[in-house]
Unconditional design. Structure first.
Length: 217
């Protein structure tokens, strides 16, 4: 058997894209690199979100007209210290104690009115709220966020001194809110800062009300 004497050895050629002259495999590699980048970014966002942020759903009318039942907000407690005007989510149970968790643990959402070392006084006839470090020098709050004056009184006697590590909170819907005017929540109305799950910083639902939540809102 004879072999052909003249033959050529053909080198393998890459399959090029006719449009840009680049190999098709490089395009596929770029796509996979882009997908990897997106996946890593998504994982990072999920980790950061789970560590520093939570989503809370508003239940009830106590924060109208600022927040309505069914709306959802992002809360954060990252290096957080409660300040006047903050909207905070508070962990609690029916008995409002650490020891007795035998019933509802549904959190509540309220606005910080005073912090430790301050006095709070309410004139229930005029609906005005006053806060100050000294009873002789109280300042009337400019509360553009409230849904009506503060005329509903519970069992707490005023003025109230906010002791160390606690806050005084009220709902924006003052006449339809159980808050620091009542001994039924917290420590005779005062909220231990350890129960604060975080500050509401951003409303994410419904989409037509998407936006940040500010102290004067």
């Amino acid at each position: 058997m004879e072999l052909d004497k003249d033959f050529e050895v053909l080198e393998p050629q890459e399959n090029h894209n006719e449009q840009d002259g680049k190999p098709k495999t490089s395009k596929i590699a770029e796509i996979f690199d882009w997908i990897d980048t997106v996946v890593v970014a998504l994982i990072a966002v999920v980790i950061i979100f789970s560590l520093f942020f939570r989503i809370a759903t508003i239940v009830g009318p106590s924060m109208q007209n600022t927040l309505y039942s069914g709306e959802r907000v992002i809360i954060s407690n990252f290096f957080y210290k409660p300040q006047y005007g903050d909207i905070v989510v508070i962990s609690r149970n029916t008995n409002n104690s650490v020891d007795k968790l035998d019933s509802s643990r549904e959190p509540i959402i309220k606005r910080v009115i005073a912090t430790e070392g301050q006095y709070v006084d309410i004139n229930f006839e005029t609906g005005k709220v006053y806060v100050g470090a000294d009873l002789s020098n109280m300042t009337e709050l400019d509360e553009a966020y409230v849904n009506g004056p503060t005329t509903l009184k519970y069992d707490i006697e005023f003025p109230v001194f906010v002791k160390e590590g606690h806050i005084f909170v009220l709902g924006d819907n003052r006449n339809n809110s159980t808050d620091s005017r009542s001994s039924s929540i917290g420590d005779l109305g005062l909220i231990d800062e350890r129960y604060v799950l975080g500050k509401a910083i951003y409303r994410i639902w419904p989409f037509d009300t998407l936006g940040g939540l500010y102290n004067n809102e």
